[in-house]
Ligand binder design. Structure first.
Ligand code: ATP
Length: 394
């Protein structure tokens, strides 16, 4: 096979050498080695001060982001915060109003030049999978390989189809496939040209919850095999934690925090970030003598002055219930909702003006019923404090 021939999506990959990769068998079932996806050369993807203005408002307000070769970064944030716009700018479907995009330190969008999508070596995967209904599965996957001789393109496409376990559907049409199978085809089509960068816009949102988990695992495995750099847009914090080496939290056209899942969970820079990653009780508090006096003890404060107002957050999973009189603070159960592994319990707690919500493991036979007297234990490690402007300050 001629590995120097580049697909239309691969033409802009630059001059770095390409490894030979596994050679697919032209016919017959693929061996275990052949079932692995062909590896690419990952690229660094860099955004410098990206701004995108529209007539009716600004979608991006100066985004800086540097994604290392082979890294998976998830863009997470509420609807309208600019995630898809950033992805479209990376792909070349859209131009930034100002700022630069670089792939392997080469400017692909900016004041100097604009490289069209087909020359950026990017693979794209959309929320609705965007399969062509009039093409067979094989033709869909081979769509990005037009620059290759037809037989080579067919072999390449079959090899990737086999990798995602769908070779038997090669001559079928997309409408007969389930959602999960369509997702696999879309993924195969995105990676078959061996792009250096894979961009995915909510790739799992069309799947039901059970299927989503397994598809996330499969997709991540495939991305690791291809070694492509990847940016994934998602609305779902858990999905971002599962998939991303790092997560970029976006809000109103900016990245407000970038880091590994543990960093974002344990040290959210803003109340907004804390709310994304766990259910929390939010309490209005005032600083007195350099600390917040709470019924369970003093919470020391840095960066705030006496008299300043702040928001103290207690994670719902940081509250434990015990039989009355055993430890902690006295409380009474006001409401209970059984959620399977945990119970969502609303409790009136001595010393608190408002009820607290706890997500607490429910042991077999243990029932916290409405009206029950309980002892409430609050884990100090599960407390966060934010200034009234929303910044973390503990
Ligand atoms: P969602 O999660 O709902 O897809 P998002 O975070 O991906 O949202 P974008 O689609 O990037 O958000 O949109 C960001 C902002 O830019 C929104 O206010 C949107 O209305 C606006 N916007 C996006 N594309 C255009 C366009 N072509 N013309 C005008 N405004 C646009």
């Amino acid at each position: 096979m001629d590995w120097s021939v580049r697909s239309w999506l691969g033409r802009g990959r630059g001059t770095e050498g390409e490894g030979p990769g596994p050679v697919a068998s032209p016919t017959g079932p693929a061996s275990a080695a052949q079932r692995r996806a062909a590896a690419t050369f990952a690229a660094r993807l860099t955004f410098e001060q990206i701004v995108r203005r529209y007539d009716d408002g600004d979608a991006l307000l100066g985004v800086d982001l540097d994604i290392a070769p082979g890294e998976v970064v998830c863009l997470l944030g509420p609807s309208g915060c600019g995630k898809t716009t950033l992805l479209r700018i990376a792909s070349g479907i859209e131009r930034p109003s100002s700022g630069r995009v670089l792939i392997n330190d080469r400017e692909v969008a900016g004041p100097e030049r604009f490289v069209p999508p087909e020359e950026r070596s990017v693979g794209l995967m959309f929320q609705d999978f965007a399969l062509f209904p009039h093409l067979t599965i094989l033709q869909n996957v081979a769509f990005g390989l037009k620059a290759l001789p037809p037989e080579v393109a067919r072999r390449e496409a079959m090899s990737v189809l086999s990798r995602v376990g769908l070779e038997r559907y090669a001559s079928a049409y997309p409408h007969i496939l389930s959602g999960g199978q369509q997702q696999r085809v879309a993924l195969a089509r995105a990676i078959v040209p061996r792009p250096s960068v894979v961009l995915m816009d909510e790739p799992f949102s069309g799947l039901d919850v059970q299927l989503r988990d397994s598809m996330q695992e499969e997709t991540l495995a495939l991305l690791r095999e291809t070694r492509a750099t990847c940016m994934i847009v998602t609305h779902h914090p858990e999905e971002a934690m599962r998939l991303g080496d790092r997560i970029a939290i976006m809000r109103k056209g900016r990245i407000v925090q970038l880091g590994r899942a543990e960093q974002l969970y344990h040290h959210p820079a803003e109340l907004f970030v804390a709310r994304l990653f766990s259910e929390i009780n939010e309490l209005d508090v005032t600083v007195r003598n350099g600390a917040i006096d709470m019924p369970f003890g003093r919470v020391p404060v840095t960066g705030l002055r006496d008299g300043d107002h702040a928001t103290l957050c207690i994670r719902e999973r940081g509250i434990r219930l015990h039989p009355a009189g055993t430890c902690g603070l006295a409380g009474r159960v006001l409401h209970v909702k059984f959620l399977g592994d945990v119970g969502l319990v609303e409790i009136g707690v001595h010393g608190f003006d408002v009820p607290l919500r706890a997500r607490t493991p429910v042991a077999v036979g243990e029932v916290w019923s409405k009206g029950a007297e309980v002892s409430v234990e609050i884990d100090p490690a599960r407390i966060l404090l934010f200034s009234k402007q929303g910044r973390e300050t503990k």
